[in-house]
Design a protein around this ligand. Structure first.
Ligand code: FMN
Length: 368
């Protein structure tokens, strides 16, 4: 059977062998932001057969931009070397292109990891000052300091420096995190951005800083490497960011050379009411793709091969992005190919597991 899911897709100079991506997922296991042996095992495993693109977890451009003390950073030589080791292993043995998600948590920094309750760190636990467009906290977490103009210049420099480090570490793609309630999203949403300068007020003003950061990153990232954005297209809260504003933002990103948009939602306001259901972002992705015409990825409860095939074959999105589904089944793409009747090559060393070598299917090839 021919499959769109298993057809290649080009993003600038990078051609992905299929349209399945592994979603960035924080591991909350770094010391000083460095990758370690867990990352070798975890990403090494996912690089073998989860998808054509493997995007590493939210990696912050400064220690103060971390969600927790155990989150990843890419802002020192030590960080760079640690992530390079993981990228090299994945590329040496795996079959996926390797990307990284660059971010700053803003007012959602200085917390304990979600598995330990996801609350603000206490002073005696090493809490640090958080920053945001305005001095408005997320739920009952820390009240952030409103960023001054000079801080914005520093932040641009930090995103640029991490972008350059990502290139040196061997990453092939960057996803700029402008969703899930983190710093860029805090600028975009009127619920968290109540600035009175040119970075607040109208949607054009709220987009200004994320667009400045994106443009600087694009300039610093090699021309043949793709740079895209993860967006929360709606806050699911009255008065928050909505699809019409997200479409405006995406149009501007496209003008700046954005290669893809990864459609997600929520994370900005604890009052959100998210209608979780299989593929619950697909409608937004479809509208994004139709109205903006940028390569569109969709994440969120995409778990089944036929579901994934339908999403891309019908043109609702160009790629599917999977989180928990590939944690559950790190060989998801192999199993999807078999279910869809597509013959895909496996990475070397793994070929004996290929369905075509099962005697019941191809007795002659099994003898060879
Ligand atoms: C353990 C875990 C860690 C996550 N960390 C990140 C992250 O670092 N960056 C991000 O953009 N989303 C993160 N997410 C959200 C996922 O990338 C994904 O958007 C979400 O899980 C919905 O997709 P799914 O239904 O396929 O799991 C995380 C999700 C999980 C389960």
């Amino acid at each position: 059977m021919s499959s769109v899911l298993f057809s290649p897709i080009a993003l600038r100079g990078l051609t992905l062998k299929n349209r399945i991506a592994v979603s960035p997922m924080c591991q909350y296991i770094c010391d000083d932001g460095n990758a370690n042996d867990w990352h070798l095992m975890h990403y090494g495993s996912l690089a073998l057969g989860a998808g054509g693109l493997l995007t590493f977890e939210m990696t912050n451009v400064s220690p103060s931009g971390r969600i927790s003390q155990k989150c990843a950073t890419l802002c020192s030589d030590e960080n760079e070397a640690s992530w390079k080791r993981v990228v090299e292993l994945c590329k040496k043995f795996g079959g996926a292109a390797i990307g990284i998600e660059l971010a700053h948590a803003g007012r959602k920094a200085s917390t304990v990891p979600p598995a330990q309750g996801g609350r603000a760190l206490k002073p005696e636990e090493g809490a640090w000052e958080t920053v945001a467009p305005s001095a408005l906290p997320y739920a009952d977490w820390h009240t952030p300091r409103a960023l001054a103009k000079g801080d914005l210049v520093t932040l641009v420099d930090e995103f640029v420096a991490s972008t350059q480090r990502a290139h040196r570490a061997g990453f092939e793609l960057i996803e700029f995190h402008a969703g899930h309630g983190y710093l860029m999203h805090q600028f975009l949403s009127a619920l968290s951005n109540q600035r009175t300068d040119e970075y607040g007020g109208s949607v054009e003003n709220r987009m200004r800083f994320p667009l400045q950061v994106f443009a600087a990153m694009r300039e610093a990232w090699p021309k043949d490497k793709p740079l895209g954005v993860r967006l929360s297209v709606t806050d699911w809260v009255e008065g928050g960011l909505d699809m019409s504003q997200s479409l405006l933002f995406a149009h501007q990103l496209k003008k700046l050379g954005c290669d893809f948009v990864d459609v997600s939602s929520g994370g900005l306001d604890h009052r959100q009411q998210v209608p979780f259901a299989p593929g619950y972002h697909v409608g937004f992705a479809e509208q994004m793709k139709r109205e903006v015409g940028m390569t569109t990825m969709v994440v969120g409860l995409v778990t089944g091969p036929k579901q994934a095939e339908e999403i891309v074959a019908s043109g609702k999105a160009d790629m599917v992005v999977m989180g928990r589904g590939v944690l559950y089944n790190p060989r998801w793409s192999w199993h999807a190919a078999e279910e869809l009747g597509v013959d895909i090559p496996y990475v070397p060393k793994m070929f004996p597991a290929h369905p075509s070598l099962r005697p019941a299917v191809f007795p002659n090839r099994a003898k060879a």
